[in-house]
Ligand binder design. Structure first.
Ligand code: SF4
Length: 359
């Protein structure tokens, strides 16, 4: 196409025919692309939220081996589910998966429309569109960060992509660009994401030389692509200081369950208190649990970054005597393995394993 004819309508009309043959010839082979089963597609979409493809692959295989059907997931004990999710992060995703699985089992199957899917727990606009299109061939545009970037560049659009109005406009635009054939609808959203993940990449310059839609790209034509998309600066994360205690007693260490709501809800953690306590102040925190400290050992610091908050942790390892509060579970090395301890505590978990094996 001559560049003078790069109208938005022209780009929309020709996008699918340029994109889909490239996708079919070049797409990465991923297990969730080999199926039209809404359960398998849904599990992959939830796992892929905020998580890289490479990190998801192993979890995805193990998850489906353990819970091969939506009914099996609906009936799974929560601890088993959390253990399987351990390390993947954003644990509310797993809880919502199970809630939605129970609802789907109740309904006797997955809703096959965007609206029906959107009504399930943990399924937002993007996931509902992704499942509706890939599993049921519905013409629903799924817009994630990849698609926002690709469309900003294609359209030479300088609107802030963190503004919900921009996202809405992009969704409407992609909706118009979607093909009509069932087989094409099923892969179009995936193709847009694949283009964003492998060619029109987020970090560093886009690989326009290898791009199947270059002839349709205003950003390429006008030399603006690399500066796009426009995104307003994020607010700085809140920092929370904590002091974590690896309490050791007769070959066991103490864990306690986190509250049922909020960050890392219901998972297990090493007892901890707010604030970075120095060596003079830390013993009083242990005494408050009616435990008597014996030997203080190495001090372990760690940092964990969540989406909106950072934990800066100071840690102490110590032998104690006494029973401690009723909500402490005292576990040996094997017992520790069977509790879902989030990766925020990975450094303390590794140290606890080491200490318990030595004793
Ligand atoms: Fe992205 Fe370049 Fe392709 Fe445009 S030509 S869509 S900027 S990779």
């Amino acid at each position: 196409m001559e560049h003078s004819k790069l109208t938005m309508e022209n780009i929309q009309a020709r996008l699918a025919e340029a994109l889909l043959p490239w996708y079919r010839a070049n797409a990465r082979t991923l297990p969730w692309r080999e199926t039209e089963d809404p359960y398998r597609i849904w599990v992959s979409e939830i796992m892929l939220q905020q998580t890289r493809v490479a990190a998801v692959l192993g979890y995805y295989a193990r998850f489906l081996e353990t819970f091969p059907t939506v009914e099996a997931l609906a009936e799974a004990p929560e601890d088993r589910l959390m253990k399987l999710w351990e390390g993947l992060g954003y644990y509310s995703r797993a809880r919502n998966l199970q809630k939605a699985a129970a609802r789907v089992a109740e309904l006797g199957g997955f809703p096959d429309t965007y609206e029906g899917l959107l009504a399930l727990p943990g399924i937002g606009d993007y996931t509902a569109s992704a499942i509706a299109s890939a599993a049921f061939g519905r013409r629903e545009a799924a817009v994630d960060g990849n698609v926002l970037r690709v469309v900003s560049r294609l359209a030479d659009c300088h609107d802030d992509i963190s503004d919900p109005r921009t996202k809405k406009a992009v969704r409407a635009w992609v909706q118009e660009a979607m093909p009509y054939e069932m087989a094409d609808i099923r892969v179009f959203n995936q193709a847009m994401m694949e283009l964003g993940a492998t060619v029109c990449v987020p970090n560093g310059p886009p690989r326009c030389g290898a791009c199947p839609v270059r002839a349709l790209c205003r950003g390429y034509d006008r030399g603006t692509a690399e500066a796009l998309p426009v995104k307003a600066a994020k607010k700085a994360r809140r920092v929370e200081e904590k002091t974590v205690f690896l309490l050791l007693r007769e070959g066991k260490t103490a864990l306690r369950r986190r509250p049922g709501t909020g960050l890392l809800a219901g998972l297990w953690e090493f007892p901890n208190v707010e604030g970075a306590l120095g060596e003079a102040a830390a013993p009083a925190a242990v005494a408050a649990w009616s435990l008597e400290p014996k030997n203080w050992e190495n001090k372990l610091t760690a940092k964990h970054v969540f989406t909106h908050v950072e934990w800066h942790m100071t840690g102490y390892t110590l032998e104690v005597t006494g029973t401690g509060p009723a909500n402490f579970a005292w576990v040996d090395a094997e017992g520790l393995k069977s509790h879902a301890v989030p990766s925020a505590f990975a450094k303390y978990y590794a140290e606890a394993q080491r200490q318990l094996k030595e004793r």
